[in-house]
Design a protein around this ligand. Structure first.
Ligand code: HEM
Length: 388
């Protein structure tokens, strides 16, 4: 049994966050467990280890929080992310009622029509900013309408979604600012009544269930936040990241134009190659050995989805973006008990946008790009493309 390797790398430093993959490779090669001195947490970076930790929810707990600062770990108490059985199962069934694959499939035609309607005017324009004109407004429309939010409330939720991920990092000015935004958004949500939400929507259904006594009224706000907190920014950045990868590699765009059946494959490859959530927290409750290296109990753990998805021990030539690759087992949606409940919906949203583009456009040329700064999610602030 040996002690973990140590690293002084700061994963949240802007230059590392801008291009984290070489650093992830060093961490993977340093050993199965690496102590990150600046974060005060043990990193898991290899595919098999990340998957086995996520499968073992009793040892790698979420109840202690999935963030890297105490304030946010307190803030996420009472939501599904930190719930454990039996509460976790009850919350998950409530959320999955409208989000399981069979329910989401019924939305496919509406989601594709909505993507087409958003893309057609952009194609006519010939060039546009992917982030502000497509990747952000599209999930805002789809998820906003499913929850039943009016547009001004959707805008608040989108802001809140970005803040949730920013506030997961270590305590610093960005985290503090994000915690302030979350507090404001939660105040807004607290003031929402059933009358504010569209009849028949997922959001209104929660208020009706509370009226019937099926869920305690004080749980409605948290449940609404469970729907909305993780639903916007994750998908927004996944759309931008995939369009960026396709614009950078015109041959891959051509493959999809010629074989549209590969679009779902491309969505998984995009999520493998550039997972929106790069880093996520767990708390290790007892000593665990990974290949003879001991991760000590009572420690905070950094689960590096971004590193696991590029692990050459699992994916051949992991730094190659290849829409023909079968990457369905990527870890961008997590794994095990807390695996993303919105995965089917997000997958469909991303595929619809890509299809809307590949059926209308010969190729994409990258213009100005600017990375989005956030402690957890990887994406763009600006991503200009010219169409051919
Ligand atoms: C590309 C888009 C998305 C990505 C990359 C993503 C990623 C993730 C990841 C990595 C987790 C696991 C967290 C953990 O293990 O602690 C997760 C959980 C979750 N996601 Fe997503 N997500 C996406 C879209 C969505 C959408 C659209 C929704 C809702 C409509 C959603 C709702 C949730 C919820 C409620 C959980 C918590 C599940 C649980 O704790 O049991 N996500 N997501």
């Amino acid at each position: 049994m040996t002690d973990p390797a140590r690293s002084t790398v700061d994963l949240f430093a802007p230059d590392v966050a801008a291009e984290p993959y070489p650093v992830y490779r060093e961490l993977r090669d340093a050993g199965p467990v690496v102590y990150l001195e600046k974060l005060g947490a043990y990193a898991l970076t290899r595919y098999v280890d990340v998957r086995s930790a996520l499968r073992d929810w009793e040892t790698f707990g979420s109840a202690e929080g999935t963030a890297f600062n105490p304030a946010m770990n307190q803030n996420v108490q009472g939501v599904i992310l930190t719930a454990e059985p039996p509460e976790h199962g009850a919350l998950r069934s409530a959320l999955l009622e409208r989000l399981r694959l069979s329910s989401v499939r019924e939305l496919a035609a509406w989601i594709q029509e909505s993507a087409d309607a958003m893309v057609v005017p952009l194609v006519d324009k010939g060039e546009f900013d992917v982030v502000t004109e497509l990747a952000r407004p599209f999930p805002a429309k789809i998820v906003g309408e499913l929850i039943g939010l009016p547009p001004e409330l959707t805008e608040r939720f989108v802001l809140g979604s970005d803040a949730v991920f920013a506030a997961m990092g270590p305590m610093n000015a960005r985290t503090e600012q994000a915690l302030g935004v979350i507090a404001d958004v939660l105040t807004t949500i607290g003031g929402i009544t059933a009358a504010d939400l569209a009849p028949g929507s997922m959001g209104e259904a929660l208020y009706r269930a509370a009226e019937r006594g099926e869920i305690p009224p004080e749980h409605v706000v948290k449940l609404l936040w469970n729907y909305a907190g993780p639903a916007f920014d994750t998908t927004i950045h996944a759309i931008s990241n995939l369009i960026w990868a396709l614009a950078r590699d015109p041959a891959q765009f051509d493959v999809l134009r010629e074989d549209p059946d590969l679009v779902p494959n491309a969505v998984d490859e995009g999520l493998r190659y550039e997972p929106t959530i790069q880093i996520w927290g767990r708390f290790c409750r007892t000593d665990v050995s990974f290949d003879g290296v001991v991760l000590p109990g009572g420690s905070r753990v950094a689960v590096l989805f971004g590193a696991a998805n590029r692990d050459e021990r699992h994916y051949p030539e992991p730094d190659r973006f290849d829409v023909g690759r079968n990457a369905r087992d990527h870890l961008a949606f997590g794994y095990g008990m807390h695996r993303c409940t919105g995965a089917s919906l997000a997958h469909l949203e991303i595929a619809s946008v890509v299809r809307a583009l590949t059926t209308r456009v010969r190729g994409l040329e990258l213009g100005e790009t600017r990375r989005h700064l956030n402690h957890t999610v990887r994406g763009f602030e600006r991503l200009e493309v010219r169409l051919s």
